[in-house]
Ligand binder design. Structure first.
Ligand code: BGC
Length: 418
């Protein structure tokens, strides 16, 4: 009977609702870093969904794009023996916590709802540890996007750039037109987000050898030097006040036409939508020139800690079940700018950028060109990631005379962090 029900999604949900996940659940306390306008709008979709199911929400926001500050706050809570119910987390951070043996177990709900059949393997690699489900993936973001103000692009010739040379030509024209060509915030994770794309533009094999395999010769070699040289070129199109600026303020510069474009993951789209902007009319989304056909991804997952008390455990299972529902995955990701973490969600409700994001993801998954984002913790554990951040940010701030010196520093830094 149990096996039969496990194969029938709807029946299984009814069974779970009436028994295992019944009404005794407590509120969920959720640690996250979704504090920008677009992120908060998406978070509200989640809060409302849970509240509609009778699950109360206790908010624990920790501002800071990319989640580093949130991870520091989390460490303090776990050390104090009081982890939150659920935590937004990325890639290798999940692996690190799993290895510490402090996470809960979502196997019952995951098996009942057949998550294994609809969550792509690239995500399951982080949602599961030693074959047990420990997290529910809410989305798939990707980092190799460029968001362009449409009026600024029209004024710069109207053609979205497809190659590096075309990109530079558009940036030059935007500069000549008197706007900041590249809206950017000088924070290590934002610099690293651009660098994801610059390394990917050298080829998927190159990206893999550099950031996934951490091959010393690739990290310190000529092509890495070329990627750093391009980063140094891009720095020339950023305004002088970029240091420390939050990513959503850089998005706002593009939204209001003060800047021409932003190179950022598709959470930036959430800001454009929140401002009432329409893709194709007010802004244009393209893959970073030279990275078409490939995707560097990151997936926000809600990780469940090993909390005490049956009510809390039930709340975790209920929250995970709600997150994994296909209708929720559509409604949430339409607002967030990301795409669903399940392969069976229709793209009907998504705008053109969202439809492109879903198609690109499926294509990259099939072609073997879907790669974990270095900048967003899906390529390496935090120690290696932070070592890469230091060198990339150093290069963005003129610390190295040229790309070759930066590449050598990168190889040394990664070797030291392993
Ligand atoms: C997360 C996104 C978030 C972005 C900026 C990324 O690491 O995956 O959900 O919107 O950081 O805060």
């Amino acid at each position: 009977m149990a096996v039969y029900l496990a194969r029938k999604g709807a029946l299984t949900c009814a069974l779970l609702a009436s028994t295992a996940l019944a009404a005794q659940a407590e509120d969920v306390e959720v640690l996250h870093w979704w504090t920008s306008g677009g992120e908060a709008a998406a978070l509200n979709v989640l809060k409302d969904d849970l509240q509609g199911k009778g699950i109360g929400w206790v908010d624990m926001p920790v501002a800071g794009g990319g989640g580093e500050a949130a991870m520091t706050a989390l460490r303090a809570r776990v050390t104090a023996g009081n982890p939150p119910t659920a935590v937004q987390m990325l890639g290798f951070d999940i692996v690190d916590w799993a290895q510490e043996g402090v996470l809960g177990n979502l196997d019952e709900v995951a098996t009942a709802e057949n998550w294994g059949e609809v969550v792509p393997d690239a995500l399951q690699a982080f949602s599961k540890h030693e074959d047990h489900w420990i997290a529910a993936p809410v989305n798939v973001h990707s980092t190799n996007w460029v968001w362009i103000n449409k009026a600024a692009l029209d004024a710069a010739g109207g053609k979205a750039p497809e190659t590096w040379d075309e990109l530079i030509a558009v940036l030059d024209q935007m500069k000549a037109n008197g706007i900041v060509p590249l809206g950017h915030g000088g924070q290590p994770w934002q610099d690293a987000t651009i660098f994801d794309a610059l390394v990917l533009a050298e080829g998927t094999d190159f990206y893999k050898a550099a950031f996934i395999d951490l091959d010393p010769e690739t990290l310190g070699g000529e092509r890495m030097a070329a990627a750093f040289d391009r980063l140094i070129v891009l720095r020339g199109y950023v305004d002088d006040n970029f240091s420390g600026r939050d990513w959503n303020l850089a998005s706002a510069m593009v939204i209001n036409g003060e800047a021409g474009m932003q190179m950022m993951g598709d959470w930036a789209k959430g800001e454009f939508l929140k401002a009432g902007k329409v893709p194709g009319q007010d802004f244009v989304c393209i893959r970073f020139p030279g990275t078409q056909g490939a995707v560097t991804f990151n997936s926000d997952q809600f990780v469940m800690f090993d909390v005490q008390g049956e009510g809390k455990k039930q709340a975790q299972a209920q929250m995970a079940s709600a997150i994994m529902s296909p209708t929720f995955q559509s409604a949430f990701n339409v607002v967030k700018g990301s795409v669903p973490a399940r392969t069976d969600v229709p793209d009907a409700d998504f705008d053109d950028c969202g439809k492109k994001g879903m198609a690109d993801l499926a294509e990259a998954n099939t072609n073997g060109t879907l790669l974990g984002s270095m900048a967003h913790g899906h390529a390496n554990p935090a120690a290696v990631k932070n070592a890469i951040y230091d060198v990339v940010t150093g290069a963005m701030n003129g610390e190295y005379g040229d790309g070759a010196s930066a590449a050598q520093a990168l190889a040394d830094a990664v070797a030291g962090a392993q």
